[in-house]
Design a protein around this ligand. Structure first.
Ligand code: SF4
Length: 471
C-alpha cells in the first residue's frame, strides 16, 4: 500500500508543468546521483537527453528543455531564484556547455543534445533518457515523469518519495479512510496528521505547511500585481492584474498579509465573490505560465485551484481563519489527492485534464467542506461531486503552452469546488448514489478510454482548432 504524504501532493517548485517541468528536473537530479553512485560522475565530458511521447510533443511549450538543463546544472526547483533561470539557460545556449551538477563544465549543445522523439515508450507517456559520455564509454538511464512532479523508473514501481512508510493509518480508498475516521472518531485531516507525525515532528509539519501556504499566497499576490503579456508567443494578456484593480478596495497594504486584511474589508456580493475566486486562480496560473514559483497542487497546470479556494475561505467565509485552518485545509486536500493518485492518476498524459483540474477541484472541495463543518463522509462526497463534473475533461493546450485553456480552467475548477462543498454539506451520506471510490475508478476507466490526442499531446481539441500563428 502506497504511503503518500501531504508534502508529496503539495510541492514547491517552478512552472509551468509538474509532469513536464518538475518531474524531468527531479529526474535529472536523480541521474546525477546515479552517476555518482557508479563512481563516474567526475569523468563525464558530454551529456544528451532524449524526450519521448508527451514530453516531446509538448515539451517545448512546457519548458521541459529548460527543466532538464537546470536539473543537470544542479539547481533545485524549490530554492533557485526565479531571476537566475534565464541567465543559466542563456549561458548554456551561448557556450554550448553546461555546469554539470554545479561542479564542472561538460559539452552540451541544447539544439542537438536535447532530442525530441515523437514516439512513445511503452511503459508511460512521459519518458526521458539521459546519456552521459566519458572516455570511450557511455551510461544511459531512462526515467518516467508520472505526474505531480513524481518520477519513476521502469524497474521501480514505487513513487519517487523518499519516505519509508510507517503510517499508522494505511488506506488506498476513501472507504478505508472513512473506516479509520469512524474507528478513531477523528476528522480526515486529523487521521492524516497522525500519519505525518511518523515522518516529521509536529513543529516541522506546521512549519512546512506554513511555507506552502506562504508560497501560494505570494504567488497570488505577485499574479494580482503583475501586468503584461505571458511568454511563449500566444500573446495571452495577464488578466488578474486588471481584475484585481477593479475589485480591490481603498485600504492600503504593503505585504501579502495586509492584502488579506484589505480584501476582507471590501464589499462582496455573489458577482464579486465569483470574480475574486477567479482572480486568485488566474493570478497563480499566470505566474505558473511565466515560469514563476508555485506550489504543485497536485500539478502545476492546476496549481491555482487550491490557493483560490483557501483564499476564498479566509477572505469571505471566515475572517478569523488563520494557521490552524490553513493546516487543516491543506492536509485534507493532500489526503484526497493521494486517493486519486493511488486509484487513478494525476498525470494529464495518462488521463487528460480530469487528472489535473478535476483532481485539484476534488481536493479543494473536500478541504473546504471539512473547514465548513462537514463530516468525514460529507468531505468525501464533496470530492466526489467535484470530480463527477470533470469526468472526461481533455487536455489540449494550445501551442503546448500551459495557458489556454489551462489558466481559465483553474478558475472554473475553483468555483466548482466551492459549489461541490456546499452541495455536500446539504447531503445526507446515507442517500449517496456515487461514492468517491466509484468516481475515482470511473475516472481511471475514462482515462484508459481517452484518445491519446487528448492526453497532453496538443494533437487534438483546442490545440488543433486554434492556430498559434493566429494568436
Ligand atoms: S489542459 Fe489541463 S491538464 Fe492540460 S496542460 Fe492545461 S491544465 Fe494541464
Amino acid at each position: 500500500m502506497d504511503c503518500i504524504s501531504v508534502f508529496d501532493m503539495l510541492k514547491i517548485g517552478v512552472g509551468p508543468s509538474s509532469s513536464h517541468t518538475l518531474g524531468p528536473w527531479r529526474a535529472a537530479e536523480a541521474f546525477l546521483k546515479e552517476l555518482e553512485a557508479a563512481s563516474i560522475f567526475d569523468k563525464i565530458s558530454r551529456v544528451r537527453v532524449d524526450l519521448y511521447g508527451s514530453l516531446s510533443l509538448t515539451g517545448k511549450g512546457h519548458a521541459t528543455d529548460y527543466a532538464v538543463m537546470l536539473g543537470l546544472s544542479g539547481a533545485d526547483p524549490e530554492y533557485i531564484p526565479i531571476d537566475d533561470i534565464s541567465s543559466i539557460i542563456n549561458t548554456i545556449n551561448e557556450k554550448e556547455q553546461l555546469n554539470f551538477g554545479n561542479k564542472f563544465l561538460v559539452n552540451f549543445n541544447p539544439k542537438s543534445d536535447i532530442v525530441f522523439n515523437r514516439e512513445f515508450l511503452p511503459f508511460h507517456a512521459n519518458g526521458l533518457t539521459f546519456t552521459a559520455y566519458y572516455e570511450s564509454e557511455e551510461y544511459s538511464s531512462t526515467f518516467y515523469s508520472i505526474g505531480g512532479g513524481f518520477f519513476t523508473k521502469e524497474d521501480d514501481l514505487s513513487s519517487s518519495s523518499d519516505i519509508t512508510c510507517a503510517f499508522p493509518f494505511l488506506f488506498n480508498t476513501s472507504t478505508e479512510l472513512l473506516a479509520f475516521c469512524d474507528q478513531e472518531n477523528k476528522t480526515i485531516s486529523e487521521i492524516m496528521f497522525e500519519n505525518e507525525k511518523t515522518i516529521r515532528t509536529e513543529d516541522e509539519i506546521s512549519y512546512e505547511l506554513k511555507r506552502i501556504w506562504e508560497t501560494m499566497l505570494e504567488c497570488m499576490y505577485i499574479g494580482c500585481h503583475t501586468e503584461g503579456i505571458l511568454p511563449g508567443g500566444l500573446n495571452v494578456k495577464r488578466r488578474a492584474f486588471e481584475m484585481h484593480n477593479n475589485l480591490k478596495g481603498s485600504t492600503p497594504y504593503s505585504t501579502p498579509q495586509e492584502w488579506i486584511t484589505s480584501i476582507r474589508k471590501t464589499k462582496v456580493y455573489f458577482r464579486q465573490i465569483l470574480k475574486w475566486v477567479s482572480c486568485f486562480a488566474l493570478a497563480v496560473n499566470e505566474v505558473n505560465a511565466s515560469l514563476g514559483r508555485v506550489v504543485t497542487a497536485p500539478t502545476n497546470g492546476s496549481a491555482g485551484v487550491i490557493p483560490a479556494v483557501l483564499m476564498y475561505y479566509l477572505v469571505i467565509e471566515n475572517h478569523k481563519g488563520g494557521q490552524k485552518e490553513i493546516e487543516q485545509f491543506l492536509t485534507t486536500a493532500g489526503v484526497i489527492g493521494s486517493i486519486f493518485k493511488k486509484g487513478a492518476t494525476i498525470s494529464a498524459a495518462m488521463g487528460g485534464c480530469q487528472a489535473e483540474i478535476g483532481v485539484s477541484s476534488a481536493m479543494a472541495a473536500a478541504a473546504l467542506c471539512e473547514l465548513m463543518g462537514g463530516s468525514p463522509a460529507q468531505v468525501t462526497i464533496a470530492a466526489e461531486i467535484a470530480m463527477e463534473h470533470h469526468l472526461g475533461l481533455t487536455c489540449d493546450p494550445i501551442g503546448g503552452l500551459v495557458q489556454i485553456p489551462c489558466i481559465e480552467r483553474n478558475a472554473m475548477g475553483a468555483i466548482k469546488a466551492i459549489n461541490a462543498a456546499e452541495l455536500a454539506l446539504d447531503t445526507d451520506p446515507l442517500t449517496v448514489k456515487v461514492p468517491l471510490d466509484k468516481v475515482v475508478n470511473t475516472m481511471w476507466e475514462t482515462a484508459k478510454d481517452m484518445n491519446n490526442k487528448y492526453k497532453e499531446t496538443s494533437e487534438g481539441g483546442l490545440a488543433v482548432a486554434v492556430n498559434i500563428a493566429d494568436c
